[in-house]
Write a protein that binds this ligand. Structure first.
Ligand SMILES: [Zn+2]
Length: 637
């Protein structure tokens, strides 16, 4: 595909007659306007996995076969493909190990633990054979990647079949995947099979795994897992042979007919980006039905640390699904599993692995967060490595609001703002829009992904109003579900719903570290009228909601748009009189407005009383009559 850069080059280099220049210029305009992906030209690759694997619980090794039908829906001819081999990260000297030992604030779960793993504790994935349409391929393992040279080029709009034999060793639980986690769960089988990397209009997303984010190809999984019969499995997909398995999957009162020896569990999952499972011989398996929603399964080791909380969590799970279904779109699968496992909380299609022993608020909060990932990642599968804020931030936002329905709080997003302000004060803030793996500290990455991502949405409410915002969230979901939306795709939906221009906001918030700081700099009187001067002290332009409270108790809102919006947000609260003033050109450092009352009639004036704007200094946002401390003094002037 032609990139914008290519096109500019083409224009400069080719001596074209005038009409041709015009065509090229029109084409350039067209391509510039439709940066990233447009709905019409959108394509995505597709995978169909059939796996047959057997886990030996004595050696912790998996032997398996994998048939992968790979659909090249791209306009490109592929000569290579890449698989992820995530287990290889759990070896001394791996990039994940080195990265962890060199970060100033390493994840406490990782630290230098990988460097100390013995041969029987490491993870690995050995590729024993790999054919493409029956012919042996040449392939090469490079860290956590498998590079495969195709036996014949894969043409656009064609498919090919890969057959693989592999053997893996499940590592000691370090991060996300592994055996024997700290609560004693036997197997957390995440990122456990050779997984095709994603290819899109930007090319391959074959990143070495250093512990942060993921990306996956949409498709179907048919997975057969053979394991010791005492083990209970929970995971992605729907169990196909419940009558032969039992373990709480069978219909109430149904008779289970198990064959002797190991059990083979058969799962099918359609329209997912990954497949995960966990296994433990001591799992208790509970179920609860969400009205008009999925059946939710719970797998946990029942003991004094879990029994009470995991019973209460059932109701909270139902409430979480109901809230998210209503405000963010309907959950597209008919099952979901909350599974004790892993090393904290991590999202997967149709399931999550979370630690199970913490206090109720902790496990419930984690569960709500991971459930919300079913929207922001498992349905709207943005590339987490490139746009972690669309994954973690949107999830944090939605789950905080869902959680507030059962643990009421005044402002569910207060924590996001607090951590953003604290990061800004630390001097460690980095550009949120960079690749997740490349942040210099875990703190900057975490705050950018979770907090700044959540604030991006809360602040968007401030820009376009609550009503357009929630309408837009539903529209975004329905437009982009089962796809890979990108930042501009989200913003375009919000622009269409609100009628306001928003891409400037995306660029400032995600692709710069510029800050918002507005101040009320003076309140003066002339001819019986108060004149208020506002200053833009930060470089980040925003529209202003200015609330004036008068001595008689009445209130009046003055709305000053920024001209970048190309319009005004609608009134959000009809109980308060609103005056829409002339927009503030973003180049102007100051803005003055006249109130048709004397200063003495005013009690207070406040910029953004909703506090949705991430203004780094709120002290100068409020003016109170007679309160000298609220009078702003600019130390630089
Ligand atoms: Zn998350």
């Amino acid at each position: 595909m032609l990139t914008q850069k290519d096109l500019i080059f083409f224009r400069i280099q080719s001596p074209l007659p005038d009409p041709m220049h015009k065509i090229a210029a029109t084409l350039l305009l067209f391509i510039t306007f439709f940066t990233s992906q447009s709905q019409n030209a959108y394509w995505q690759q597709r995978v169909e996995y059939s796996m047959n694997v057997s886990l030996d619980v004595a050696t912790h090794r998996v032997n398996g076969t994998q048939r992968l039908v790979y659909y090249n829906n791209s306009p490109d001819t592929l000569t290579k493909v890449y698989y992820h081999l995530y287990f290889n990260a759990f070896q001394p000297g791996s990039m994940m190990d080195v990265r962890s030992r060199n970060l100033p604030d390493p994840d406490r779960r990782v630290m230098d633990r990988i460097s100390k793993l013995t041969d029987t504790e490491i993870g690995y994935q050995h590729i024993q054979s790999l054919t493409q349409d029956g012919k042996e391929t040449s392939h090469r393992v490079n860290g956590t990647l498998l590079e495969v040279t195709l036996t014949k080029p894969l043409l656009p709009k064609t498919k090919t079949t890969f057959d693989m034999k592999f053997e893996s060793q499940v590592p000691i639980q370090i991060r996300r995947s592994g055996r024997n986690n700290r609560e004693g769960i036997a197997y957390s089988m995440t990122q456990w099979y050779p997984k095709m990397a994603e290819y899109d209009y930007q090319g391959w997303h074959a990143y070495q795994y250093v512990a942060r984010e993921f990306h996956g190809v949409w498709g179907d999984f048919d997975v057969k897992i053979t394991i010791d019969p005492s083990y209970v499995i929970g995971g992605t997909g729907k169990l196909q042979n419940a009558d032969k398995i039992g373990h709480g999957y069978e219909k109430a009162g149904a008779k289970v007919e198990r064959a002797p020896g190991n059990l083979t569990w058969h799962f099918i999952a359609k329209d997912v980006i990954d497949f995960t499972w966990a296994a433990d011989p001591e799992y208790t398996h509970d179920r609860v039905q969400v009205p008009n929603g999925p059946e939710v399964h719970f797998f946990y080791q029942k003991n004094e640390k879990t029994a009470e909380n995991w019973k209460k969590m059932q109701d909270y799970a139902v409430q979480t699904f109901q809230h998210l279904n209503k405000y963010f779109g309907k959950y597209p699968f008919d099952t979901y599993s909350v599974i004790q496992g892993g090393d904290g909380g991590m999202e997967y299609p149709m399931c999550t692995l979370i630690l199970g022993e913490g206090p109720l608020t902790g496990v419930t909060g984690t569960m709500a967060h991971e459930i919300a990932h079913s929207w922001y990642q498992m349905t709207l599968a943005s590339n987490e490595s490139l746009y972690a804020w669309m994954d973690e931030g949107f999830t944090d936002f939605a789950s905080s609001e869902a959680r507030a329905t059962f643990f009421p709080t005044e402002n569910p997003h207060a924590g996001s703002y607090a951590s953003y302000f604290s990061l800004v004060a630390s001097g460690l803030q980095e550009i949120a829009g960079q690749h997740s793996d490349h942040f210099s500290t875990n703190r900057a990455y975490g705050t950018a992904a979770y907090s700044e991502g959540a604030i991006f949405l809360q602040q968007l409410k401030y820009l376009i109003g609550n009503e357009s915002f929630y309408k837009g969230m539903l529209q975004y979901y329905n437009t982009w579900k089962m796809k890979h939306p990108e930042p501009n795709d989200f913003v375009r939906v919000m622009e269409k719903v609100s009628g306001l221009q928003l891409h400037w906001y995306l660029r400032y918030w995600i692709y710069t570290t510029k800050r918002i700081d507005y101040a009320i700099t003076s309140v003066a009187e002339k001819d019986g009228n108060a004149y208020v001067t506002l200053d833009r002290l930060g470089e980040f332009p925003m529209p202003i909601d200015l609330m004036v409270t008068y001595q008689d108790g009445s209130m009046e809102l003055f709305y000053i748009s920024t001209n970048e919006l190309l319009g005004n947000k609608p009134a959000e609260d009809n109980a308060v009189k609103r005056n829409v003033l002339t927009a503030w050109p973003w180049v102007n450092p100051s803005y003055s407005l006249k109130l048709s009352k004397p200063v003495a009639a005013i009690t207070s004036i406040e910029i953004d009383p909703s506090q949705r704007m991430a203004d780094i200094n709120r002290k100068n946002n409020v003016w109170v009559l007679g309160d000298k401390t609220s009078e702003y003094k600019d130390p630089t002037r």
